[in-house]
Design a protein around this ligand. Structure first.
Ligand code: GLA
Length: 388
């Protein structure tokens, strides 16, 4: 893939671009907890978006989307929002550099990849993080990776209109080979847990339903959580977010809660607890317990947070009925995208068979089954193309 991106760059713009890989991410457990200052357990994966970039002296940003075969050219003085969605992820990042006082010089950029778009694997975060990394490198700004993560998250808020948490951009940037990241979304401290897949595999199944995070539901969940926090603060002024709250505390005031807000809040508190249990299990290499927490997470997302959909539920049910599937749940924002399944190696074939026999995407097709490997976050790549 990176070879194709480099060749496309040469065909459109010329020689010697820098090359960057920015991966997608999975999340094992801890969903919709990041913007509640809770914990998440993501990792970067082998599929990703690749960038070829080079500064030009035209005072222009020239972008080419390899996958969409679409072009956009902008003057460096015009970073206003575009009517094209893909362009906004890029301009959104440039805007953050400029806001921090760093003028971005004109450059050429080709990007594209093998990451399914809109499947809950954070293709947008991979684009934002990849471009911020490339600009930092081209201009020698020496901005920290954590600040680049924050730029990328802000790009999503301001140019894509999704008030996302920090999990995706953080995981995409800071992923490590064969390790999952337990991230404290308040302090942004993190701990790496080895996640060896000698006897197990992580398999995603794409429902084929495009999740539309921007479609208000995501932002609505955020507001519902904030409403819950505001209520709790009347009784517990020290509470800053749902991260600080125990189940007892919310149960005590259940009568004062709007029932929907109550469900949302109890989900978040329970999901942080599940994540804690899952991490303890991981320390003991107890993937059976880990998997149970994944199933529990799905039930919470389905019944209390209400961000699942029939197709995701169906795939989790199919998974549950296959021996050797230790855990399965919807992954990411919800309303479509993928399920993530933790499966014993010798049961993977049976799992695939069962999924292909029992599930069809809404347009009647076989679903995409994606076996992922946990790999390094955003990084430069070197390749030598054989032009013979
Ligand atoms: C999306 C957002 C993340 C996170 C997840 C749900 O992927 O971008 O910040 O909130 O949904 O866990």
């Amino acid at each position: 893939m990176i070879g194709k991106i480099k060749k496309a760059f040469e065909a459109h713009f010329g020689m010697d671009p820098i090359l960057i890989k920015s991966p997608g991410r999975i999340n094992l457990i801890g969903e919709h907890t990041d913007y509640n200052e809770g914990f998440v357990l993501p990792a970067a994966v082998d599929l990703g978006i690749y960038f070829a970039c080079k500064q030009n002296d035209l005072n222009k940003f020239r972008f080419y989307s390899y996958d969409l075969e679409d072009v956009c050219v902008r003057s460096v003085n015009d970073i206003s929002k575009s009517t094209k969605r893909w362009v906004n992820y890029l301009l959104g990042v440039i805007a953050q550099f400029e806001k921090s006082g760093k003028k971005v010089q004109g450059f050429d950029c080709v990007f594209g990849g093998d990451l399914p778009i809109g499947a809950g694997m954070s293709s947008s975060a991979a684009i934002e993080t990849g471009l911020s990394f490339a600009i930092n490198q081209m201009q020698g700004f020496k901005i920290s990776t954590l600040d680049l993560v924050k730029f990328s998250q802000k790009a999503e808020h301001e140019y894509a209109g999704v008030q996302c948490g920090i999990m995706d951009q953080f995981a995409v940037m800071h992923g490590q080979n064969q390790q999952v990241i337990k991230l404290d979304c308040r302090s942004l401290d993190y701990q790496l847990y080895p996640f060896h897949m000698n006897n197990h595999e992580l398999v995603l199944v794409n429902t084929g339903v495009k999740h539309s995070l921007a479609s208000s539901e995501y932002n609505k969940r955020r507001q519902e959580c904030e409403t819950g926090v505001a209520l709790l603060q009347k009784y517990y002024p020290e509470v800053r977010s749902l991260r600080d709250v125990s189940l007892n505390q919310i149960q005590k005031y259940v009568a004062e809660f709007d029932p929907v807000v109550y469900k949302r809040c109890s989900y978040v508190v329970e999901e942080n607890m599940r994540l804690e249990k899952a991490c303890n299990a991981l320390e003991k290499d107890d993937l059976v317990t880990f998997g149970k927490e994944m199933f529990g997470s799905h039930i919470g997302l389905r019944d209390k947070y209400e961000v699942s959909c029939t197709e995701l539920d169906q795939l989790v049910e199919i998974a549950k009925n296959v021996d050797g599937v230790l855990g399965a749940r919807m992954m990411g924002g919800g309303f479509g995208g993928c399920t993530i399944n933790l499966i014993e190696k010798n049961s993977v074939a049976e799992f695939e068979r069962s999924v292909l026999e029992n599930y069809r995407t809404p347009d009647g097709k076989l679903p995409e089954i994606i076996k992922v490997k946990i790999e390094k976050g955003t990084h430069p790549v070197d390749i030598i193309i054989d032009y013979k």
